[in-house]
Design a protein around this ligand. Structure first.
Ligand code: URA
Length: 237
């Protein structure tokens, strides 16, 4: 009996330690059922992709898994249609995104919106997210430990949305998703796979703002995506 009591006290102590650890990591929400996380479980059939994304956002909480939490205003989770056939993946939030809590809302974001509209879609028909959810200081590239901490959240978003196509925007998203050091200029224009989802790498809209002459190449890539998705489009954006 005494042993059982001791064992129980140890378990409570362990649990307390674990809860403290989660709190330190910024996790403020503990899923109470597998259906909150594993959308493949039979129970989860009851939950819509929208609800699963909301639950994932709660699980991320006020994440402090990596050092980017120190300089951010807020976590920029992702935006758009939870059942979208296409997900655009950028690098990381910039200043505007950090302030507004939504990806691609600055100048590059406006160009991305135009690209989406040129496909015959509305911005809210697509889903938009970044590899890293917090703004790196002075918009520097995210570091490998930051990606390692954050990439599981992107993977979970993609598992929930199950898009047909990921459009990887720029060197950074393409190299991260495809685990390669190849340049975006040689990757773009061809389909690859991220897990079981087709990936089309193309130039980042911020690059296009500096190099408008390359817009035609992006349009070539976008047309390949449109063909896969049977979209008619409405011009060359
Ligand atoms: N650039 C990105 O890669 N992501 C954003 O959200 C904004 C700019």
């Amino acid at each position: 009996m005494e042993n059982k009591r001791e064992e129980f006290l140890y378990i409570i102590k362990d649990l307390k330690g674990y809860m403290f650890y989660l709190k330190e990591m910024g996790i403020e929400y503990i899923p109470v059922s597998s259906k909150f996380i594993t959308q493949n479980s039979p129970d989860s059939k009851a939950l819509s992709p929208e609800e699963l994304l909301q639950n994932l956002r709660k699980v991320i909480g006020n994440c402090r898994k990596c050092k980017l939490n120190k300089g951010r205003t807020q976590i920029v989770f992702g935006v758009g249609n939870p059942k979208s056939e296409i997900v655009f993946v950028g690098e990381a939030p910039g200043r505007d995104e950090d302030l507004q809590g939504e990806p691609f809302v600055g100048d590059a974001g406006q160009l991305l919106t135009k690209i989406i509209e040129s496909m015959g879609l509305k911005r809210q028909d697509a889903y938009i997210a970044n590899v890293v959810k917090c703004r790196p200081p002075n918009n520097r590239n995210p570091e490998s430990d930051e990606i390692e901490s954050c990439e599981p959240f992107l993977l979970k978003q993609l598992e929930i949305i199950k898009p047909k196509i990921i459009c990887a925007l720029g060197t950074f998203a393409a190299q991260t998703l495809l685990i390669t050091k190849e340049k975006i200029s040689s990757l773009r224009g061809n389909f690859y796979y991220y897990h079981d989802i087709k990936v089309m790498p193309t130039f980042h809209p911020a690059y296009l703002l500096r190099n408008p002459g390359d817009k035609k190449l992006v349009w070539e890539d976008i047309k390949k995506i449109m063909k896969e998705l049977n979209l008619k489009g409405k011009g060359n954006g």
